[in-house]
Design a protein around this ligand. Structure first.
Ligand SMILES: [Zn+2]
Length: 130
C-alpha cells in the first residue's frame, strides 16, 4: 500500500468514521447496546460490523448492511457467515436482505460524493437525538 493516501482513500476513511458513529448511535437508540446479543454496552464499546464485507464499495456505507455490535459478537459473526446470515434474516427480513445483496452486485459506478452528503445529513439527525 502506498504511504500517502489519495483524496479518494481519505474520503473513504472519513465516510467509514461517519458510518461508525451513525451505527453506534443507532445501536444505542435501538437496544441500548450490542444489536447481536442485546447486552447493554456504552458507545465506546461498540463497533461497526459489516454483513457484506468492506471491500465492496457498493454496500460499504449502506446503513442496512451495518450493525452496531460489541467486539466479541463482531468477531464471532465475522467467522460464522451462516449465523450472521440467519441473524440478518431475523433482523431485517429476507426481502430486505436480498435487496441488499442485489445492491452489492451492482455494476454502477459508486458516487462517493453523493453518499457522503447523505451520511452527513444522517449523522446530523443522529446527533440531534443525543
Ligand atoms: Zn454482543
Amino acid at each position: 500500500m502506498r504511504k500517502t493516501k489519495t483524496p479518494r482513500q481519505k474520503q473513504i476513511l472519513r465516510m467509514d468514521d461517519m458510518c461508525s458513529e451513525i451505527i453506534r448511535r443507532r445501536a444505542i437508540a435501538r437496544c441500548g447496546g450490542c444489536e447481536y446479543c442485546l447486552k447493554p454496552k456504552t458507545y465506546s464499546k461498540l463497533q461497526c460490523s459489516h454483513f457484506i464485507g468492506r471491500t465492496n464499495l457498493h454496500t460499504r456505507f449502506d446503513l442496512e448492511n451495518l450493525i452496531g455490535g460489541d467486539g466479541n459478537c463482531h468477531m464471532k459473526m465475522e467467522h460464522n457467515p451462516h449465523e450472521h446470515e440467519a441473524w440478518m434474516i431475523k433482523h431485517i427480513g429476507s426481502e430486505a436482505l436480498e435487496n441488499l445483496i442485489i445492491r452489492s452486485r451492482s455494476t454502477d459506478k459508486v458516487d462517493l460524493d453523493k453518499i457522503e452528503a447523505f451520511l452527513k445529513e444522517s449523522l446530523e439527525r443522529w446527533r440531534l437525538e443525543g
